[in-house]
Design a protein around this ligand. Sequence first.
Ligand code: GDP
Length: 343
Amino acid sequence: MIKEQFGWNRFFEDQLAGGIPGRVASSNHGRFLVWTDGGEVEASVSGLLRRGSGLWPAVGDWVELRGDAQVIVKVLDRRTKLSRKQPEREVREQVLAANIDVLFIVSGLDRDYNERRIERFLVMARESGARPVVLLNKSDLANELGLDLADVVARTAQLSPGVQVIPLSAKADHGLDALPAQLMHGETAALIGSSGVGKSTILNRLLGDERQRTSAVSAGNSRGRHTTTTRQLFVMPGGWLLMDLPGLREVQLWASTEDLADSFDDIQELAGHCRFRDCAHAGEPGCAVEAAGLAPARLANYLKMQRELAHLEEKIDPKLAKETRAKWKAVEKSVRHHPKRKA
Ligand code: GDP
């Protein structure tokens, strides 16, 4: 039964209205591969969904299919969702993955290691509702790169409160056992990180004999190149699910300034001691954040993301304001057309 295997629970059960339940395993230009009790089906979406009524399916979603299992009629509300701002100019949310329990943020210890990028992914994770775990891959290169692994792990763990950090080498098959230990049967994880950090190598290692696709590393190119750009869900030995999120060149945040503050609890705590409540930590007198002597790059990254999110909120708000104005106009109009009758 897919429900027992893939994390179905009461929350989803209560939303089902008589159709067939299924979980979206992959999507490709409006066609969705859905796991159901009757097997894997390729489904499209109903006209209603296509016209923008209701949620659009994302990989990891639980959906309701029409009786013949060919058409998705409803996307069930999500427990968690991993989103970014759509890369185009339009201010729109793009849901990358749904119903993820653990987000593995993958970073290579080679030149990809970038604390600012990890901080960004951590804010994204915080917004999603999934538990972030940072994977520092390519630990086999630590010596060669002159890195003290324990030191890098400790530094990374300080980037956000309570975040777990796991060093590993997918290539040398070292440390990978720690990943399944993060998940219970039926839970879902996703791998996120820049291209070339080793996401597909990790996935393939974990899949082992049950490998469902070969590594997309092209011959003669040591950094490797992906041929797969779609997001896809895999069943792992041990009964948990893993999703690869390849091809993410750009992650603009789709989060709130609160998610940001939660991710930077040290700054939030200090900000409480600033002289001005609306202190921007940019040269104001009595600024406790600046006085604390935080790593300047961390503070700069925080301020940069804060500006980005404030801008996002500003862009979203006028839309809401416009809708509210339209609503009031309609009310005014109806009042004009139905003047009070004389008593
Ligand atoms: P992805 O783009 O994140 O999916 O990265 P890939 O899995 O395609 O890996 C990119 C390159 O890094 C490939 O050449 C891999 O062989 C290499 N790689 C992956 N894991 C490790 C590792 O643990 N150590 C080293 N040295 N190289 C690795």
